[in-house]
Design a protein around this ligand. Structure first.
Ligand SMILES: NC(=O)c1ccc[n+]([C@@H]2O[C@H](COP(=O)([O-])OP(=O)(O)OC[C@H]3O[C@@H](n4cnc5c(N)ncnc54)[C@H](OP(=O)(O)O)[C@@H]3O)[C@@H](O)[C@H]2O)c1
Length: 302
């Protein structure tokens, strides 16, 4: 029995639909926090360990959604959610669905329409941590859509992590999710390419990671990105401390060094092309952050 259970605190009953690695982590965390938890999954035996911990296994999707005032859905994607709820019939009417699968803003907006047609109050969400970090108070969960649902079930959502409400547009949570993942992949690829570059001279990744990250945080993140974010909103890119032309030079050196050292050079070449486009569009005398103006537009057709 958990501390909360022992203290006899009242917790909202919750249903969790979908017990992949993430759904299992969500359901286990809710059980640990003392929520009476009902679970449903296509492959029923994935619930065995949860049932042993005190969760209730629903026999049908209709039974699952009827068991609790709120159903947290964590399936593969939106199409899977529609397929799974296809068998729920009228049981969905008047229920609350918090959907945490990944997808696109267009899909999230379509899900709101799907929910409205069935009399379901709908909150969309995105989980910004891997399964082992679910339940930590600082683990960020993004939500958008019905503020009423968010406010009413905030305490339950807080059992899974740090719930952040982004606005009534249901697509915002998955849009933020995609933007943050884009940043994660670009940063990881930048670090991995840099490590391959120094690795071409037999430098080990461990000391390089230490030096690189201690340089990156104050120089790039704090002094540049955090300090300059207000200028992105204003479209203000003063070039007095260094121009786009100067940065193109640096990108040319990275591309050439990559080739000379025998490592992959697509990444710096693409960044060089983006800087060249910025210069072609008149940003040559402004600072490097003016590439933001290029990123705000669709890629021109070739
Ligand atoms: N894992 C992560 O690190 C992570 C992090 C953030 C967000 N997410 C998001 O969370 C969602 C769930 O991810 P996951 O890692 O748990 O695994 P997943 O492989 O994306 O989803 C597995 C779940 O979907 C169900 N499913 C798949 N196809 C189905 C079908 N045709 N009919 C019924 N159920 C079906 C699976 O049921 P069965 O068990 O029966 O196959 C299982 O419950 C995804 O959208 C993912 O992007 C995951």
């Amino acid at each position: 029995m958990t501390k909360q259970q022992a203290a006899g605190q009242q917790h909202t009953p919750v249903t969790v639909i979908g017990l992949g690695p993430m759904g299992l982590a969500l359901a286990e965390t809710l059980v640990d926090h003392g929520h009476p938890t009902t679970v449903w999954n296509r492959t029923t035996e994935k619930a065995d360990a949860l049932v042993a911990k005190g969760a209730r296994r629903a026999g049908t999707v209709a039974d699952a959604v009827s068991a609790s005032p709120v159903a947290i859905v964590c399936l593969k994607d939106y199409e899977t959610m529609y397929g799974v709820f296809g068998s729920a019939g009228d049981a969905l009417q008047g229920r609350v669905v918090v959907n945490l699968n990944s997808g696109t803003p267009t899909e999230a907006n379509a899900a709101l329409g799907w929910a409205a047609e069935r009399g379901v109050a709908y909150l969309d969400g995105a989980i910004m941590v891997p399964p082992p970090l679910v339940g930590h108070p600082e683990s960020v969960f993004l939500y958008s859509g019905s503020q009423e649902v968010f406010d009413e079930h905030r305490a339950t959502l807080a059992s899974m992590g740090d719930p952040r409400y982004l606005g009534s547009d249901p697509g915002l949570a998955v849009l933020y999710n995609t933007a943050l993942l884009q940043m994660m992949y670009a940063t990881m690829n930048g670090f991995l390419h840099a490590t391959a570059l120094v690795g071409s001279a037999n430098v080990s990744a461990v000391p390089f990671a230490d030096l690189a990250l201690n340089w990156f945080m104050p120089t790039v993140v704090d002094a540049t990105l955090v300090a300059q974010a207000p200028n992105l909103d204003k479209g203000h890119y003063p070039g007095d401390m260094g121009t786009m032309e100067m940065n193109l030079n640096a990108l040319e050196h990275i591309t050439r060094t990559s080739a000379e050292q025998g490592v992959h050079s697509d990444q710096p070449r693409l960044m060089k092309e983006i800087a060249e486009r910025a210069i072609a569009e008149g940003y040559g005398g402004q600072n490097y952050l003016a590439v933001f103006e290029i990123f705000k537009k669709a890629t021109p057709a070739v």
